[in-house]
Write a protein that binds this ligand. Sequence first.
Ligand code: RP5
Length: 162
Amino acid sequence: MQSDSPLVGIVMGSKSDWETMKNAADMLQELGIPFEAKALSAHRNPAQVHEFASTAKDRGVRVIIAAAGMAAALPGVVAALTPLPVLGVPIETRVMGGIDSLLSMAQMPGGIPVGTLAIGKAGAKNAALLAAAIIALGDEEVAAKLDAFRQQQNETVAELPM
Ligand code: RP5
């Protein structure tokens, strides 16, 4: 749920990234983890990105999920401005299929890490699950919800393909 007291901050470089990042929001919603979601570009809104990232910890956010496509600077810039763990989701792109986004965020120079997930929807969903796992280290309620999700997923994987 979009919350005024979010534990996870989702930020993406453009509104056009929402179709992908909705998968992260849906997963957090399913786990009952309050989040905020914003479209802010490292290139088009640098001042707002600075404000978002530098205030996140004091606002109670514990993990940031940052998504961007093409020259995907946003996760690295956010990571430079906060001590919180930053999970990067490379957005699939038309010209290079998202390899451009993936390399832009995975190839961070030593010193400022971005935990980069898979390109596209799977990466968005897994970023939410990884954020939940990080929060679960110090939150028994979230840990129980994550365990229940895993158990249910385990039970719904069919043993037979048809
Ligand atoms: C990036 O440029 C965004 O994250 C988006 O994936 C890509 C294209 O943005 P739009 O031109 O669709 O706004 O900054």
